[in-house]
Design a protein around this ligand. Structure first.
Ligand code: AMP
Ligand code: ZN
Length: 114
Protein backbone atom coordinates (compact mmCIF):
# COMPACT_ATOMS: atom_id res chain seq x y z
CA UNK A 1 0.00 0.00 0.00
CA UNK A 2 1.25 3.48 -0.85
CA UNK A 3 2.50 5.57 2.04
CA UNK A 4 1.41 8.75 0.30
CA UNK A 5 -1.80 10.15 1.78
CA UNK A 6 -3.11 11.53 -1.48
CA UNK A 7 -2.24 8.34 -3.40
CA UNK A 8 -4.37 6.53 -0.84
CA UNK A 9 -7.23 8.93 -1.56
CA UNK A 10 -6.78 8.22 -5.29
CA UNK A 11 -6.86 4.49 -4.51
CA UNK A 12 -10.02 5.10 -2.41
CA UNK A 13 -8.31 3.61 0.63
CA UNK A 14 -8.93 6.86 2.49
CA UNK A 15 -12.25 8.57 1.99
CA UNK A 16 -12.57 12.15 0.84
CA UNK A 17 -15.40 14.40 -0.28
CA UNK A 18 -14.96 14.15 -4.03
CA UNK A 19 -15.79 17.20 -6.10
CA UNK A 20 -14.64 16.07 -9.52
CA UNK A 21 -12.77 13.18 -11.10
CA UNK A 22 -11.48 12.32 -14.54
CA UNK A 23 -8.97 9.86 -15.92
CA UNK A 24 -5.94 11.88 -14.79
CA UNK A 25 -7.05 14.19 -11.99
CA UNK A 26 -9.02 14.15 -8.77
CA UNK A 27 -10.56 17.02 -6.80
CA UNK A 28 -11.73 16.73 -3.20
CA UNK A 29 -12.54 19.11 -0.38
CA UNK A 30 -9.76 20.02 2.03
CA UNK A 31 -10.26 18.39 5.44
CA UNK A 32 -9.30 21.65 7.20
CA UNK A 33 -10.88 24.38 5.06
CA UNK A 34 -9.36 27.86 5.15
CA UNK A 35 -12.18 29.47 3.17
CA UNK A 36 -15.85 28.66 2.39
CA UNK A 37 -14.55 26.96 -0.78
CA UNK A 38 -11.36 24.98 -0.27
CA UNK A 39 -10.83 22.11 -2.67
CA UNK A 40 -7.63 20.30 -3.60
CA UNK A 41 -6.89 19.28 -7.18
CA UNK A 42 -4.28 16.56 -7.65
CA UNK A 43 -2.86 14.35 -10.38
CA UNK A 44 -3.82 10.70 -9.94
CA UNK A 45 -0.23 9.79 -10.71
CA UNK A 46 2.16 10.43 -7.83
CA UNK A 47 4.11 13.64 -8.43
CA UNK A 48 5.89 15.04 -5.36
CA UNK A 49 5.80 18.72 -6.29
CA UNK A 50 5.79 21.12 -9.24
CA UNK A 51 9.51 20.74 -9.91
CA UNK A 52 9.01 17.05 -10.65
CA UNK A 53 7.06 17.97 -13.77
CA UNK A 54 8.91 18.35 -17.05
CA UNK A 55 8.02 19.50 -20.54
CA UNK A 56 6.59 16.05 -21.22
CA UNK A 57 3.96 16.71 -18.57
CA UNK A 58 2.44 19.67 -20.40
CA UNK A 59 -0.88 17.93 -20.92
CA UNK A 60 -1.12 16.84 -17.28
CA UNK A 61 -0.43 20.39 -16.09
CA UNK A 62 -3.09 21.73 -18.45
CA UNK A 63 -5.56 19.13 -17.20
CA UNK A 64 -4.87 20.11 -13.58
CA UNK A 65 -5.43 23.81 -14.24
CA UNK A 66 -8.58 23.16 -16.24
CA UNK A 67 -9.81 20.93 -13.43
CA UNK A 68 -9.23 23.87 -11.04
CA UNK A 69 -11.39 26.12 -13.20
CA UNK A 70 -14.12 23.45 -13.31
CA UNK A 71 -14.02 23.17 -9.52
CA UNK A 72 -14.39 26.95 -9.29
CA UNK A 73 -17.47 26.77 -11.52
CA UNK A 74 -18.95 23.79 -9.65
CA UNK A 75 -18.42 25.56 -6.32
CA UNK A 76 -19.99 28.79 -7.57
CA UNK A 77 -16.93 31.05 -7.33
CA UNK A 78 -16.05 31.34 -11.00
CA UNK A 79 -17.47 34.88 -11.18
CA UNK A 80 -16.70 36.08 -7.63
CA UNK A 81 -13.09 34.95 -7.87
CA UNK A 82 -10.81 32.39 -6.35
CA UNK A 83 -7.17 31.77 -5.60
CA UNK A 84 -4.99 28.87 -6.75
CA UNK A 85 -2.13 27.97 -4.43
CA UNK A 86 0.55 25.33 -4.87
CA UNK A 87 2.62 25.35 -1.70
CA UNK A 88 5.98 24.02 -2.81
CA UNK A 89 8.68 23.00 -0.38
CA UNK A 90 9.47 23.85 3.22
CA UNK A 91 9.33 27.64 3.15
CA UNK A 92 5.93 27.56 1.48
CA UNK A 93 4.62 25.12 4.07
CA UNK A 94 3.99 22.12 1.84
CA UNK A 95 2.91 19.33 4.18
CA UNK A 96 1.80 16.64 1.72
CA UNK A 97 4.40 15.58 -0.84
CA UNK A 98 1.92 14.89 -3.62
CA UNK A 99 1.38 17.82 -5.97
CA UNK A 100 -1.87 19.65 -5.22
CA UNK A 101 -3.48 22.92 -6.13
CA UNK A 102 -5.62 24.55 -3.46
CA UNK A 103 -8.71 26.20 -4.95
CA UNK A 104 -9.77 28.82 -2.39
CA UNK A 105 -12.77 31.10 -2.65
CA UNK A 106 -16.00 32.34 -1.16
CA UNK A 107 -14.41 35.19 0.78
CA UNK A 108 -12.09 38.09 0.13
CA UNK A 109 -8.44 37.10 0.39
CA UNK A 110 -5.68 39.42 1.41
CA UNK A 111 -2.55 40.12 -0.59
CA UNK A 112 0.33 39.67 0.04
CA UNK A 113 -0.22 36.23 1.58
CA UNK A 114 1.23 35.49 4.98
P1 AMP B 1 -0.13 21.77 1.91
O1 AMP B 1 0.07 22.24 3.33
O2 AMP B 1 -0.12 22.82 0.87
O3 AMP B 1 0.79 20.60 1.60
O4 AMP B 1 -1.62 21.22 1.87
C1 AMP B 1 -2.03 19.98 2.34
C2 AMP B 1 -3.48 20.08 2.58
O5 AMP B 1 -4.03 18.77 2.68
C3 AMP B 1 -3.86 20.82 3.88
O6 AMP B 1 -4.65 21.96 3.57
C4 AMP B 1 -4.64 19.77 4.67
O7 AMP B 1 -5.71 20.32 5.38
C5 AMP B 1 -5.10 18.82 3.58
N1 AMP B 1 -5.36 17.46 4.00
C6 AMP B 1 -4.60 16.69 4.80
N2 AMP B 1 -5.17 15.47 4.94
C7 AMP B 1 -6.31 15.48 4.21
C8 AMP B 1 -7.33 14.52 3.96
N3 AMP B 1 -7.31 13.28 4.48
N4 AMP B 1 -8.37 14.89 3.16
C9 AMP B 1 -8.42 16.13 2.64
N5 AMP B 1 -7.47 17.07 2.83
C10 AMP B 1 -6.44 16.76 3.61
ZN1 ZN C 1 1.10 10.36 -3.90
Amino acid sequence: MSECLFCQIVEKKISAKLVQEDEHTLAFDDINPQAPVHTLVIPKRHVSALQDLGMGDDLLLARLLISCTKVAALKGVRESGYRLVANTGRDAGQTVSHLHFHVLGGRHMAWPPG
